[in-house]
Design a protein around this ligand. Structure first.
Ligand code: HEM
Length: 292
């Protein structure tokens, strides 16, 4: 009896191993390259230790395996695009079939999901009508121009708020699936030259011979608002707000680091959660322009 039990167990284990081997080989032929997945768990054991710096880890993997790589979350594939060309393939060529959105577990709350369209998993009728309403009623040039006086009033209030605290410290905290690693793309030396991390705003200027880099989603090497059907619908407002806020803060104040620190000593470590944030808050000290 014991022999039969051992034989049955051994045969079951053997067939399980063969099945796993078959499954792990069966996706090898069709998918883009990627690190070898573990049985059952896929690449989760490789990814978990890199929580928080997944963007860097995926960028390193793409240097090893290629611009479009395959990872496995358990048995389901996750493709990662890490260059402008592969991003264009995902967000332009295959946009129609890839424009669903993966909803992270933390947001899968039945009371919350139906009332948002940012987490709409498919492009259903509701998504279409809310998006078109946003475009025509909230973010059209006319609607935004109508709100510009109010935004300027609020920006002036922000400047007064900072002025009231001039000389004190200000904390500024920046933080099948397909993923586009825009962090890696924004640092791709083939797209940006040898020093992609250097502060060089001239890159974005239109020259006579060469077009500057645009942020609206048609230049796949710079995608702050995404691209394609699911691109940021609030881009026109986001763009105006960033200009107004940064211009107000730079025009009205000189900014320094505590204890006479130098900009090149700043700790620029980042941390990836839902968004990419600074690991440690940026602490700045404003002083009135021309005060010293
Ligand atoms: C500088 C400011 C902003 C940045 C950098 C930004 C960036 C983004 C990005 C990267 C996406 C995802 C694109 C994709 O999945 O391919 C997105 C989606 C979205 N953004 Fe923004 N955004 C900004 C401001 C805003 C503002 C001001 C609003 C509204 C008031 C807004 C509303 C949305 C919505 C509703 C979506 C989801 C669109 C959809 O799923 O169809 N964003 N944004």
């Amino acid at each position: 009896m014991a022999d039969i039990l051992i034989l049955t167990l051994t045969l079951t284990l053997l067939s399980l191993c063969l099945l796993l081997l078959f499954l792990s080989n069966s996706h090898k032929t069709k998918s883009p390259p990627g690190p070898k997945p573990w049985p059952i768990l896929g690449n989760l054991p490789d990814l978990l230790p890199h929580r928080g710096c997944l963007h860097r880890f995926l960028s390193d993997l793409s240097r090893l395996h290629g611009p479009l790589l395959t990872l496995r979350r358990g048995s389901s594939p996750l493709f990662v695009a890490s260059t402008p060309a592969s991003a264009s393939a995902v967000l332009r060529t295959h946009d129609r079939s890839l424009c669903g959105r993966h909803v992270p577990a933390a947001f899968r709350c039945p009371a919350y999901i139906p009332s948002t369209f940012i987490w709409s998993t498919t492009l259903d009728e509701r998504w279409r009508s809310v998006r078109s309403l946003c475009k025509s009623e909230l973010f059209s040039s006319m609607a935004l121009d109508a709100g510009s006086a109010e935004r300027e009033r609020l920006a002036a209030r922000m400047v007064e708020g900072v002025r009231g605290r001039a000389g004190t410290r200000v904390d500024v905290r920046e933080g099948c699936g397909v993923m586009v690693n825009v962090w890696a793309i924004g640092r791709d030396p083939d797209a940006w030259g040898n020093a992609p991390e250097e502060f060089c705003p001239e890159r974005f200027i239109d020259h006579h011979d060469e077009c500057g880099v645009d942020f609206k989603g048609s230049h796949f090497k710079f995608l702050p608002f995404g691209s394609g059907r699911r691109a940021c619908v609030g881009m026109p407002l986001g763009h105006r707000m960033i200009q107004l806020v940064v211009a107000s803060l730079v025009r009205n104040f000189d900014w320094g680091l505590p204890d006479g620190g130098m900009a090149d000593q700043l700790d620029m470590d980042d941390w990836f959660e839902l968004t990419l944030e600074r690991k440690r808050a940026l602490v700045l000290i404003p002083s009135e322009v021309g005060a010293c």
